[in-house]
Design a protein around this ligand. Structure first.
Ligand code: NAD
Length: 493
């Protein structure tokens, strides 16, 4: 079974514009490919600039001329309806995600599908109980007795631009809070995972009461359609997840119209093993983390900082753990490490493996393609040793199952090395002593930290980056408020 067959038969080669499922204006389509089999799964609509223009117009009209921005009860009802419809389609949607994104099945029961679907309910509950109008009390500014209020209102038209690695997680983590807050949305999906978005678009159009124009879904092979959202003056906020390089372009392009930008970008996160930690357990966890979804996660810890005196012990533990994490078919429920998304991404990862050798590093394990997999874009779990934190493979995002081990000389040195990065997305600390672990966690200049294996992921937990890993926070109440404006109102007391 290639995955998501019922939805495929219904046709996923369409855009959702102003409530209608339509082909691209010129009828063009492009292929979406299964990275495990390298077979074409089917076709997606290849939208043009005119289609994007129509999607923005529809979102603008729905925001400016309908009750959507002010009708909280409607929004809460249809978000729950969408959540229920996505739950009902769970089996085929999980299969489709495994087929199109190469997402290991076990992850589709978490962040690759079930968790973000369930989080739509969480954000609907948040909107239902939210204090849209806060009484700031009375005061007498300049001698005038005044009562002050703070109103929270939607920002307007949101342009949501997303990557391929966790397509449902990121599409829904934007749609949910943006809609709950009363915005209308144009979702521009990643060219490598168009069906994840068009399947949600089809379900919105056919199984929910979300009004026409409130959600528009645009798939395209052309990155320029993402850029169109950054420059169009009718878009009020660009919510972007992707690479830091593209994030810089989005911010620059948005500056002409001074629209709000919300950026979730890349990372090169560190895993700190302090010298009192159980090294084998910590390193087993580090290996698992970097292999899950073949390292294609922005917040994955890809630099392993080991105490110098226990460096060899740590390397041996990672090598042993990686031996049990060989790449496999993501349809197999036991697979942790699936394929990379595309031949282009595999080329990129292999380029970094070559660079690691060129820079003087060596591979404690892995270092190339698995011998037993001729088909599919697989790379072996790899541990790079012999390089310092200044090496390019320790500074740049690789987005593959590649871990770089670096020695440290104590807690302060480990924190210093971890922070020696343009990124600041995540981090992990292992220590037998809670106080030491917390001190290191506080020292990290990152948006999330795992202490001794704790999992920070959750719809109610804000996620985002310090430094060049982003601007703003996704998820949680903070993430919801990114999609609101604040209006202060005063009247005579
Ligand atoms: P990418 O930056 O190449 O593309 C992301 C999206 O931006 C795609 O939809 C693409 O079509 C669009 N795009 C490309 N050029 C654009 C432009 N000039 N203006 C507007 N949109 C444009 O990223 P990718 O390769 O799809 O995804 C991998 C990257 O995403 C990694 O760097 C990863 O760290 C990052 N990521 C970050 C998070 C996070 O939450 N911080 C989550 C997942 C992925």
């Amino acid at each position: 079974m290639s995955g998501g067959e019922e939805l495929q038969r219904a046709g996923l080669d369409v855009l959702l514009i102003d409530g209608k499922l339509v082909p691209a204006t010129d009828g063009a389509t492009f292929a979406t490919v299964d990275p495990t089999t390298e077979e074409v799964l089917g076709m997606a609509a290849d939208a043009t600039a005119a289609d994007m223009d129509a999607a923005i117009s529809a979102a603008r009209r729905a925001f400016d001329t309908t009750a959507w921005p002010t009708d909280v009860a409607l929004r809460v009802r249809v978000l729950r309806q969408l959540r229920d419809a996505l739950v009902a389609h769970g089996i085929e949607m999980r299969a489709l995600t495994t087929a199109e994104a190469g997402a290991p099945t076990f992850l589709t029961h978490g962040p690759q599908y079930d968790a973000p679907v369930s989080d739509l309910g969480w954000v609907a509950d948040l909107a239902e109980g939210y204090e849209w109008r806060t009484d700031l009390g009375e005061a007498t500014p300049m001698g005038v007795a005044t009562r002050r209020w703070l109103l929270r209102e939607p920002v307007g038209v949101v342009g949501a631009v997303t990557p391929w690695n966790f397509p449902h997680q990121i599409n829904l983590a934007k749609l949910g809070p943006a809609l709950a807050a009363g915005n209308t949305v144009v979702l521009k999906a990643a060219p490598d995972t168009p069906w994840a978005a068009s399947a949600v678009g089809r379900i919105i159009a056919t199984e929910t009461d979300i009004p026409p124009g409130v959600v528009n879904v645009v798939t395209s092979s052309d990155h320029a359609l993402g850029a169109q959202l950054s420059t169009d003056p009718r878009v009020d906020l660009v919510s972007f997840t992707g690479s830091t390089a593209t994030g810089r372009k989005v911010m620059a392009a948005a500056s002409d119209t001074l629209k709000k930008v919300f950026l979730e970008l890349g990372g090169k996160s560190a895993f700190l093993v302090l010298d009192d930690a159980e090294v084998a357990a910590a390193c087993g966890f580090a290996a698992f983390t970097v292999c899950a979804h073949a390292g294609q996660g922005c917040a994955i810890t890809t630099r392993l900082l080991l105490p110098r005196a226990r460096f060899d012990e740590g390397v041996d533990a990672v090598v042993a753990a990686m031996a049990g994490l060989a790449p496999g078919d993501p349809r197999d429920p036991g697979t942790i490490c699936g394929p990379l998304i595309s031949a282009r991404q595999r080329d990129r990862v292999e380029g970094y493996l070559q660079l690691a050798s060129d820079e003087g590093g060596s591979f404690a394990c892995g270092g190339g393609r698995p011998a037993d997999r001729e088909t599919g874009y697989f790379v072996q779990p790899t541990l790079v040793v012999g390089l310092g934190n200044e090496a390019r493979v320790a500074q740049e995002e690789i987005f593959g199952p590649v871990l770089v081990a670096i020695p440290h000389d104590g807690d302060a040195d480990a924190v210093r090395i971890a922070n020696d990065s343009i990124f600041g997305l995540s981090g992990s600390v292992f220590s037998a002593d809670d106080e030491r672990a917390w001190a290191a966690a506080r020292g990290l200049r990152t948006g999330t930290v795992s202490v001794n294996g704790g999992i920070w992921y959750g719809g109610d937990v804000p996620f985002g980056g310090y430094k060049q890993s982003g601007v703003g926070r996704e998820m949680g109440a903070l993430g919801f408020e990114e999609y609101t404006e604040a209006k202060s109102v005063a009247e005579p007391a």
